[in-house]
Ligand binder design. Sequence first.
Ligand code: SAM
Length: 233
Amino acid sequence: MTTGALVLVGVPIGNLADMSPRATQALRDADVVACEDTRDTRKLLNLLDVGRKKLIAVHDHNEADMADTIVSLVADGQRVALVSDAGMPGISDPGEKLVAAVSAAGHDVEVVPGPSAAITALVVSGLPAGRFCFEGFLPRKGSGRTERLRHLATEPRTSILYEAPHRVAATVDDLVAACGADRPVALARELTKLFEEVWRGTLGELAEHLAVNERRGEYVLVLGGAPDRRPAT
Ligand code: SAM
């Protein structure tokens, strides 16, 4: 019997050529592929010529329930590859609960790293990358959103946010209100794809830009840190 493992496999964020040979091999070696959308992943496996695999759906709403199933598969000696629709599993996608469950049960967890929109946007933003925070998606409304915006107002490190196209303008407006119009920001759109674009400026300028430009595709906001307001000594 082979040694079972959960294998986190990074996949491209838009450009198939970013799939690493090792990631493709990890999918070939897998007995089962756990994925968010079985139809999308089936297409990816076909494009990569990986061959037919048993697929199981793991998404935000069933990750905790699927943990027992995946622990049993790994305990039976199976290699279970976990992929997201795009990028790295566990980054605003299922992953962390499965890793916690499989490792707590004493089994192996391996990782084959690949692109992530967060790090890709950060490095192309031109904003300080020495120390940074990942915010992911802000809560859509309520006190959770207010609390994160209040935090961003004083966070000195560069912060990375994900946002859906139909909400990006409203989120930038809220960031202007919380952090001020002068805060530096970069908006990375459609990274690694045909219409890749990186816009750089201030939050106030970005709000104006989004008010008149079409908002389509996938977006990452990279927000400069709050200025140091300590009195000079
Ligand atoms: N696990 C993924 C990763 O490692 O980047 C993130 C998944 S999250 C559900 C999807 C969000 O990532 C999108 O709403 C968008 O904010 C960002 N994203 C994914 N691909 C992108 C791309 N090619 N360009 C810009 N943003 C992208």
